[in-house]
Structure formats: structure tokens, C-alpha cells
Design a protein around this ligand. Structure first.
Ligand SMILES: Nc1ncnc2c1ncn2[C@@H]1O[C@H](COP(=O)(O)OP(=O)(O)OP(=O)(O)O)[C@@H](O)[C@H]1O
Ligand SMILES: [Mg+2]
Length: 224
């Protein structure tokens, strides 16, 4: 990224970091949410933001909604394995309970689950949120959905941003990631078209309700 001079004004990256510093100034822990379509760059953005906040004196931790994927064994039981990733394939109320704990249990370590992409399963107790964490950067597809119980999730967040990305770039990255994690190219194309993009339509409809819409292509993000 070119150096940021006064003449250039603040970069989009600086603006985001400053915005969170303002939200946190002198107040309680901030729980920030990043919503957006599959492959829009939410996880990459959330990691980058947590690192930048921590580096600028505001200790921050990444906590993904993806940790609340139902396990395959339960999806099989429900007959929903073929729609893994749809809103009803997450433990939304478990996620809500965690978000509420992150506001109230600030004197002790709170453990959050992650999602292991090799196992394609949630992993309990994978992410420690220590008392020093002043900001939690959470992210997931459905933070802005109007259906119960997602509005309660929204209410448990200080702000929710919407991560946008040109659909052509997004779909290309999504297919590539499915292939990288073991799907055959045709199966990856099919999964994106038939599963991911069904979910994307519902997510896109929530864009206008975000506190901020940002283009992830305008940020200095590097894939992890
Ligand atoms: N700036 C970038 N340049 C190239 N590839 C990127 C960039 N940012 C993210 N990616 C890649 O694009 C894919 C999607 O990014 P990411 O996982 O952050 O999106 P997401 O919104 O969290 O997706 P999902 O909803 O499926 O969890 C990943 O494979 C990631 O490595
Ligand atoms: Mg992600």
C-alpha cells in the first residue's frame, strides 16, 4: 500500500480502525459484527482488523459465527446435510449466548468455538477471549437476517458492517477454496451455484440494514 500522507487523507483502512477506536473509547467491550455473502472476505477482513486494532493499542480477538455450524452428525439427523451453511444449519441461539457472555463475563477467559475447514466441523474451545480483549470482531453470513433469532444476534452487537465484493471475484474465490479443501472442480461449481448462492440471495437482501457497507477489495487484505 502506498504511504498515507496528509494530502491523501485517511485510507479506507485507517478509517475503519479509527471507527472502532471511537466505538471503544472509554466504554465497555465492543462486539463488532461483519456480515456478507459467502466468499466476500469476511474472515480475512476480521483477522486483519483484529490484528490492526491490537497493533494500535486496542486488544481484539476474532470470533467467527462459523464456530456454530451444527456438526454433520446432527445435520444427518435433521436431514439437512445437503444444505450445510443455510441459516437453520447453525446453532444461532448458542452463538447469541456466547455474544451475551462476551459482554458480561469480562473478568475471565471465555472460550469460543472455531470451524475447522479440514474437518469441516466446529471445534469447541478453540478460541480464548481473555479479559484484556477490548474488542471482539465477529463475522458470519447471517448477522443481519430478519428472521428469529437473528435480530437478537444483531442487538448483541455494537455495530454490524456488511462486507461487499464484486460477484465475479467472489464466486471465483469461493470455487477455488472449495477445490483447495478437497472438492472436485465440477462439484465445487455445483455447490457454489446450488447451495452457496441460495444463501447469498438472502444475505444480499440484508445489506441495506448494515451500519456500514464496505468493499473488501479496497482494503489491504492478503489471503491467509
Ligand atoms: N485480498 C484477497 N486476495 C485474494 N484472495 C483473497 C483475498 N481475500 C480473501 N481471499 C480468499 O478468498 C476466499 C474467501 O475469503 P474469506 O474466507 O475471507 O471469505 P468469507 O466471507 O469469510 O467466506 P465464507 O462466508 O465462506 O466464510 C478465501 O479463500 C481467501 O483466502
Ligand atoms: Mg469465513
Amino acid at each position: 500500500m502506498p504511504p498515507n500522507t496528509d494530502e491523501d487523507g485517511p485510507t479506507p483502512a485507517d478509517t475503519l480502525v479509527e471507527r472502532v477506536h471511537d466505538l471503544a473509547a472509554g466504554g465497555p467491550r465492543v462486539v463488532l459484527g461483519i456480515a456478507g455473502c459467502p466468499g466476500a472476505g469476511k474472515s480475512t477482513l476480521a483477522h486483519w482488523l483484529a490484528d490492526r486494532l491490537t497493533a494500535t493499542g486496542l486488544p481484539a480477538v476474532w470470533v467467527p459465527m462459523d464456530g456454530f455450524h451444527l456438526a454433520d452428525v446432527e445435520l444427518e439427523r435433521l436431514g439437512r446435510r445437503h444444505r450445510k451453511g443455510a441459516p437453520d444449519t447453525f446453532d444461532a441461539r448458542g452463538y447469541l449466548a456466547l455474544l451475551r457472555r462476551l459482554h458480561t463475563e469480562t473478568g475471565t477467559v471465555v472460550y469460543a468455538p472455531s470451524f475447522d475447514r479440514d474437518l469441516e466441523q466446529p471445534l469447541a474451545g478453540a478460541i480464548p477471549v481473555p479479559p484484556e480483549a477490548r474488542v471482539v470482531v465477529s463475522e458470519g453470513n447471517y448477522l443481519l437476517l430478519p428472521q428469529d433469532p437473528w435480530p437478537l444476534v444483531r442487538a448483541a452487537m455494537t455495530e454490524v458492517w456488511y462486507a461487499d465484493l464484486d460477484d465475479r471475484v467472489r464466486l471465483d474465490r469461493l470455487v477455488r477454496r472449495h477445490i483447495r479443501f478437497g472438492k472436485a472442480p465440477e462439484a465445487a461449481d455445483r455447490w457454489v451455484a446450488e447451495v452457496d448462492e441460495l444463501n447469498a440471495a438472502a444475505i444480499r437482501a440484508t445489506r441495506h440494514t448494515a451500519d456500514l457497507v464496505l468493499d473488501t477489495a479496497a482494503l489491504p487484505l492478503t489471503p491467509r
